[in-house]
Design a protein around this ligand. Structure first.
Ligand SMILES: [Mg+2]
Length: 206
């Protein structure tokens, strides 16, 4: 059992997520093109490149996540980077000023990230957005018993991917996709899919 996650392990998780985002960017854009403007892959790959770059120097979790959040906010623009920035700055607020974190700390950090995103969107589960991946992921992490940090990340990954898959049967209620109404049925949401891939990469990187 792994009871502590180090800051260097977290940096490896971010690297793994960035690799996934870069390699799936085209797929994310195709998903977005069915319901939106088709720029989601490019927006994610640009933003995540900056996020990985900004993750290298902070000496404790709070500082590192703050650098990542400010980095993506200052160097990129658009709704994708705003939401990623809000998530990372929220995580930073809930993170310790140490270079190791335990399962409870990890849950607190991700909950705080979700709270940060909530300040920027009114979307809830069922609206066919990133929140369909993010909210269940954080709730599943919090519901995980025991001290194993890997189990917490794996629970988050599983819930995020199920949540993203579930967007296929939803009608978009917010954003540009809302105008398409029932035509959005049968398509997964690009943002929920890309955010689920982040959680999946995090879990697999350990
Ligand atoms: Mg778009």
């Amino acid at each position: 059992m792994k009871t502590k996650l180090t800051i260097d392990e977290f940096r490896l998780m971010v690297e793994a997520a960035n690799k996934t985002i870069q390699s799936r960017a085209e797929e994310f854009s195709k998903l977005d093109a069915a319901l939106g403007d088709g720029d989601h892959g490019e927006a994610m790959s640009t933003a995540f490149g900056v996020i990985e770059k900004s993750s290298k120097t902070g000496e404790n979790f709070r500082k590192m996540l703050g650098d990542m959040g400010f980095g993506v906010m200052l160097e990129t623009s658009g709704s994708t980077s705003t939401l990623l920035g809000a998530f990372l700055l929220g995580m930073s607020e809930g993170a310790p000023t140490t270079s190791e974190i335990d399962a409870e700390g990890l849950k607190r950090m991700f909950r705080s990230g979700l709270d940060g995103v909530k300040k920027n969107t009114r979307a809830l589960v069922g609206d066919k957005t990133i929140m369909d991946a993010l909210i269940p992921a954080v709730e599943a992490m919090e519901a995980t018993k025991g001290e194993d940090v890997k189990a917490v990340l794996e629970a988050g990954a599983k819930a995020a991917s199920e949540g993203a898959e579930a967007t296929k049967d939803m009608i978009a209620k917010l954003g540009r996709a809302r105008n398409l109404g029932e035509k959005t049925l049968g398509h997964v949401d690009a943002g929920a899919t890309s955010w689920a891939s982040i959680f999946d990469s995090f879990a697999k990187a350990l």
